[in-house]
Design a protein around this ligand. Structure first.
Ligand SMILES: Cc1cc2nc3c(=O)[nH]c(=O)nc-3n(C[C@H](O)[C@H](O)[C@H](O)COP(=O)(O)OP(=O)(O)OC[C@H]3O[C@@H](n4cnc5c(N)ncnc54)[C@H](O)[C@@H]3O)c2cc1C
Length: 385
């Protein structure tokens, strides 16, 4: 079906990204995989290309666009080429909306120019070793100092994408204990300078997939956070998360759909090239049926993604809509990529084939940004259940 979700500007951006990925990423991607992260300098290239500034107002060095669809194009093009830009999707897709929505003019002036160039990379730290799905259970604290000039941050976070490279991390912490009526009360957000004394990056975690993404543990030991690095109002952190998680979930839905679509393309190519019993794998009826079924699932996911992208650009995507899109697209991707890997036989299990990396990379889509079970809870709640 013809897609109507992208306009000429989005398609021009797609061409730029496709050429950039082909020239600058594909030739060196094996080195990134071996290093376990994207080189820091690459983020300056993305900054130069304008990728980080698309939705940043012009006065701070950006292009002032008001459409998340550019990020969707980026995600589609990365999946198509079988590559990933590491933590940069969190920088631009997850962190920017918080700064834009809750940052003061002074904060935007301070952070956004570096954000746009890639000089100041952002990450976001919600999850802790003891709590992920149940964020209200977080233990990290930020206590206002007696002289009222700064907060003192203590605690630990884990699984933080971009945690090694980050220059600023949006840290969720308790500024007050939960109240008896509301466990979510008392959480605040801080944009913490990673060079602060007492701030430490722990292990870079060894993951099943997403090998170019620097996922790290962080710890805070009496980190002094100036008052001017509080983001938004004290105590409103949980509602800020609630307002921004839909975009994160949409981004994951788009990523999962894009990976499923890429898997079908990789498999289609492979089965036409591979000969067994004197004929191509493509010639078996089972192969045709498998790929046809996968294509139908990808088409359905595409329709969901496109509708969600339209709704999001119109600021109409609800938490439950985003949860539905994430649940559906990530579950489709899990099924489709598995079936496409099967069609590759043993080669599908070899990391040198993009389908193997897709299989590993895609698995986390059903876990991060809220698990499939949490998505079902959100949807059920919206149904009054
Ligand atoms: C590669 C990677 C990158 C990540 N990046 C970031 C990041 O940048 N920043 C960040 O803050 N976090 C990040 N995360 C954390 C991620 O969001 C959490 O892992 C996720 O929310 C799940 O939390 P958890 O791991 O603590 O699992 P748990 O909450 O311990 O869940 C364990 C199991 O219990 C189930 N469960 C939980 N609650 C319910 C319920 N109410 N009903 C039914 N079942 C339930 C879950 O679905 C799951 O199956 C990342 C994680 C990974 C793996």
């Amino acid at each position: 079906m013809r897609r109507t979700v992208f306009n000429e500007d989005h398609e021009a951006f797609r061409e730029t990204i496709r050429a950039f990925v082909e020239a600058e990423v594909v030739p060196v991607y094996d080195e990134w995989l071996a290093a376990g992260q994207v080189p820091r300098e690459f983020y300056y290239k993305l900054g130069e290309l304008g990728v980080f500034g698309i939705e940043v107002p012009e006065e701070f060095g950006g292009a002032g666009e008001n459409s998340f669809k550019f990020q969707a194009v980026l995600s589609e093009e990365c999946a198509r080429a079988g590559v990933s830009f590491g933590g940069s999707s969190v920088h631009v897709g997850l962190c920017l909306p918080y700064v834009m929505a809750y940052g003061t003019e002074e904060q935007k002036k301070r952070w956004l120019p570096g954000f746009v160039t890639g000089e100041t990379m952002f990450a976001i730290a919600m999850t802790e070793p003891g709590t992920g799905s149940d964020l209200a259970g977080m233990k990290t604290t930020a206590k206002l100092a007696a002289d009222g000039t700064h907060y003192v941050l203590n605690g630990a976070k884990t699984f933080i994408t971009g945690g090694v490279h980050a220059d600023r991390v949006i840290v969720c912490a308790r500024t007050a204990p939960p109240s008896a009526e509301d466990r979510r009360a008392g959480i605040s957000l801080f944009v913490v300078d990673t060079k602060s004394e007492g701030y430490a990056v722990g292990r870079k975690l060894d993951k099943l997939g997403l090998k170019t993404s620097d996922t790290a543990e962080l710890s805070f030991s009496d980190v002094r956070v100036p008052l001017e690095d509080l983001l938004g109002e004290e105590g409103k952190g949980f509602s800020y998360l609630g307002q921004n998680l839909p975009q994160e979930r949409l981004a994951i839905a788009v990523g999962a759909y894009s990976q499923a679509a890429a898997a079908v393309r990789f498999a289609q190519q492979y089965v036409q090239d591979r000969t067994v019993f004197g004929k191509t794998v493509a010639s078996f009826q089972n192969t045709k049926f498998e790929l046809a079924a996968c294509k139908a699932e990808v088409d359905a996911a595409e329709a969901v993604v496109d509708r969600a992208l339209e709704a999001h650009d119109l600021r109409e995507l609800s938490a439950a809509d985003a949860a539905s899109a994430k649940l559906f697209c990530t579950e489709v991707a899990g099924r489709v990529i598995d079936r496409c890997l099967q069609l590759h036989g043993g080669y599908g299990y070899m990391n040198e084939y993009p389908i193997a990396r897709l299989y590993a990379d895609n698995r986390v889509n059903r876990i991060y940004g809220g698990t499939s079970e949490v998505m079902k809870s959100i949807i059920a709640k919206s149904m009054g259940l």
